[in-house]
Design a protein around this ligand. Structure first.
Ligand code: ADP
Ligand code: MG
Length: 321
């Protein structure tokens, strides 16, 4: 474990009756890519700030490399082990890209030649070679974010923390940046913890997803574990699409791809309401009493269906909560 959170709780001093992090525990392994996933206000940024050593837990502790980080160690922790990139890139606008990147290295009294070599290498890593003399305002959002990431990586942290790094970028650039991050992480083998409220981003990028809800870790697992076996109803509703059917005081959850439309007797009956071709698959909504059940089927099958058709639905895989 490179970072370990043990029974950690936190509240802001201005509001002592509200636990923002509520007794969370987890060990982050070296060299893995973690996504912290949760809705706005669930405590993601607060968690990252604590991991970064910007503040200390009210209760519990954080261990780095097996040793608890004490208040005395905080400065050292911040400087040498951990690097945090905020949502807004925080580049200095009056400095060129090169000066922005060199700043932290100069503070560390690294020789000039080595600074130049390091910067060259890292600009290449984030695909920004040749941009040394530009000012941040001459760059697009995605380019500024790459420079911010390069600036963090130059300090050779063991852990890189990123708070919603791509949320301000448009869809296409965001896609590129995701691939870039995955590549950089694999190349350097560092531990990356990134915050997102986008479940697709978490699924696509990470080795492990930490699903947060109201200051608690609801589930931690690989993307497929979390998708295939959601631990709670909350996780089931937050990740991927899910139908929820209330029956006998229980909730049955079934993914649209696990609902089969059949003519044989099955779990539930209904009438086809809408048919939408979404590319290689088709979304069919079936009205079953008050409930609308969403099913994903293939084109062949959808072509045999018409709105109004009575159909039976069979649930191939369910989760009961
Ligand atoms: P997220 O990043 O998941 O959106 P945050 O960690 O920013 O969540 O916030 C979690 C909760 O803590 C929210 O209810 C927010 O209002 C509260 N909060 C965040 N920062 C402060 C602060 N500086 N002082 C008091 N409350 C705060
Ligand atoms: Mg946040």
């Amino acid at each position: 474990m490179i970072l370990e959170v043990k029974n950690m709780s936190y509240y802001y001093k201005s509001q002592r009756d509200k636990l923002i992090l509520d007794h969370v525990s987890y060990g982050f392994e070296c060299g893995k890519l973690y996504a912290i996933l949760g809705p706005s206000g669930s405590g993601k940024t607060t968690l990252l700030s604590l991991l970064a050593g910007l503040d200390v837990p009210i209760q519990g502790e954080i261990c780095y490399d097996g040793k608890p980080i004490t208040t005395k160690d905080l400065a050292e922790h911040r400087c040498h082990h951990i690097s945090l990139v905020f949502q807004s890139y925080n580049l200095w606008t009056h400095m060129t890209v090169y000066e922005n990147l060199a700043f932290g290295l100069k503070l560390r009294k690294i020789p000039k030649d080595q600074i130049r070599a390091d910067i060259d290498k890292h600009l290449k890593l984030v695909s920004m070679s040749g941009f040394e003399k530009k000012y941040p305002t001459q760059l697009s959002g995605g380019q500024q974010q790459r420079i911010a990431i390069a600036r963090s990586l130059l300090l050779k942290p063991s852990v890189l923390l990123l708070d919603e790094p791509f949320s301000a970028l448009d869809a296409k650039i965001r896609q590129q940046m995701r691939e870039e991050l995955k590549k950089i992480q694999a190349e350097l083998g560092i531990t990356v913890v990134f915050v997102t409220h986008d479940q697709e981003e978490a699924m696509a990028l990470s080795h492990r997803i930490v699903v947060m809800n109201k200051g608690k870790f609801e589930q931690v697992g690989t993307p497929t574990e979390v998708y295939d076996n959601p631990a709670t109803k909350y996780v089931a509703s937050f990740i991927g699409e899910m139908n929820f059917i209330e029956k006998d005081g229980k909730t049955i959850a079934v993914r649209p791809e696990d609902v089969a439309i059949t003519s044989e007797p099955a779990d539930i009956q209904g009438c086809v309401r809408t048919i939408m071709v979404l590319g290689h698959y088709v979304e069919v909504n079936v009205q079953c009493g008050d409930l609308v059940v969403k099913c994903f089927v293939d084109r062949d099958q959808s072509e045999r269906l018409t709105p109004g058709d009575p159909v039976n639905l069979k649930f191939l895989k369910t989760h009961i909560f």
